[in-house]
Ligand binder design. Structure first.
Ligand SMILES: [Zn+2]
Ligand SMILES: [Zn+2]
Length: 279
């Protein structure tokens, strides 16, 4: 723990300290740790992964969690998001606005056959956030986890538990078990490292897939975490199939302690502005 302030903030960021202590996964933490603090200035994370040669020749990188101005807490222009992601040498991105699909069309209009835009949504359930990939219509908020997941599947989409161990907006250990997710988001760029490690440990225990996404709300956050898929899976159907089969993995950086201070103060400020309603 770097400072007392960080300690306080991080305990509020997860479900509880004691839950965290239940799990010891010394053998699993190194993946995330080894990629932390190695990023270069700007948006170089995707290139950094490729330079390190991690399956670069046979895989592609997708940032599967990005917000635009169609989320109440972001002002990012969807076309600008596509441009930045292409510069970061990603193969594609998902547009995952909070309870909205409004940004998808503009992002798709800004791309071509060389870069994949995945229509998606981040749904607020009664227990926390669920990502739906391959979704172009709004799924009502505040439904149960299982009903939300069922509606995503009924629309031909793939449900993934977003940052399941982030305090406040993650499903937590009980709700995450209510639906049969083919994958958990195990590397979320706005979740503290131990939350990501817990998600990863649970995904591996259940032998399901893992996804990574920056959870970007600003352009300079894009590509901080990515999902690794087999090269050649550049069509939407291919990616959805790999996701639904649990055949994806995750890489990236977690939220550092400096970012935690900014994030918490921003989140609390916005929460007050929203009339103390959750997103
Ligand atoms: Zn979320
Ligand atoms: Zn999000």
């Amino acid at each position: 723990m770097p400072t007392p302030a960080d300690g306080n903030l991080s305990t509020t960021d997860e479900h509880s300290v004691s839950q965290d202590a239940e799990l010891r996964f010394d053998g699993h933490g190194f993946d995330i740790e080894s990629t932390a603090h190695k990023s270069l200035p700007g948006i170089p994370n995707a290139q950094a992964f490729k330079r390190r040669g991690l399956r670069a020749a046979s895989s592609m990188l997708l940032d599967l969690h990005n917000h635009t101005r169609y989320s109440p807490d972001s002002r990012v222009d969807p076309a600008a998001l596509v441009g930045v992601a292409r510069k970061a040498r990603l193969a594609g991105i998902a547009i995952t606005d909070h309870n909205s699909v409004g940004g998808i069309a503009a992002a798709e209009a800004a791309t071509d056959r060389e870069f994949l835009v995945i229509p998606a949504i981040e749904v607020s359930t009664d227990s926390g956030h669920v990502l739906g990939y391959g979704i172009r219509e709004v799924i009502p908020r505040n439904l149960s986890v299982s009903e939300t997941a069922e509606r995503i599947v009924a629309l031909g989409g793939v449900p993934v538990a977003a940052h399941p161990f982030r305090f406040w907006s993650g499903l937590g250990p009980t709700a995450v078990a209510e639906a049969r997710f083919p994958a958990y988001e195990t590397c979320n760029g706005r979740t503290l490292r131990r939350g990501n490690i817990r998600a990863r440990a649970l995904a591996r225990e259940r032998k399901i897939g893992e996804t990574g996404g920056s959870d970007s709300h600003f352009l300079d956050e894009v590509a901080k975490a990515v999902t690794v898929v087999d090269a050649g899976a550049l069509r939407l159907d291919d990616v959805l199939q790999l996701l639904s089969q649990g055949r994806t993995s995750a890489q990236g950086t977690d939220r550092g302690s400096a970012a935690t201070v900014r994030y918490v103060s921003k989140a609390v400020g916005e929460w007050i502005l929203r009339g103390m309603r959750r997103i």
